[in-house]
Design a protein around this ligand. Sequence first.
Ligand SMILES: [Fe+2]
Length: 203
Amino acid sequence: MLVVMAKKTTRTSSTAQVTSDSDAPLTVPGLPTETGHAVADALQMRVHALNDLALTLKHAHWNVVGPHFIGVHEMLDPQIDGVRDMVDTLAERMSTLGVAPNGLAGALVAARSWDDYDLHRADTAAHLAALDLVYSGVIEDHRAAIEAVGDDPVTEDILIGQTADLEQFQWFVRAHLQGTSGALVTEGATAELSAARKASRKR
Ligand SMILES: [Fe+2]
């Protein structure tokens, strides 16, 4: 019987570096290294926020119920795909600028300033009302990030394009919550649960 023994490998250098989260000693041409890295650092929280948004939208896609289920369920998937593309674009921009992006769940939870989405199984109006507030938070912070990366118009342009798309996604959500006057049925609500209750009552 032929027995093939796995060959043991021994690390030859105890100082061999296999991983690093430190910045690369470079950035894109035409920008001072420090500036490029500062711009990339500003994108990390947008990566976390958009990763969280994609998870939240999928959670709503799975947990929405009620007579208008299929319209809302199917509306959300293209939004999720769009948001995931945005995460990829920003994370790759960070790498391009010389900073390692962090896409891990633990880092996201440790860094974020917001709580998990408040709804589980709920009707379409409730989820739409809560998602409207989720979008408002992400869009406001994206606009602030546009200001923060002002030293790099290329990154600024990426964030401006993403903000336009996020605003359109929010319009799709909001159109379900508007009457013919254009006012939101959730007007004045600042928390996901109270917005959800207001919208549910109107049904
Ligand atoms: Fe699905």
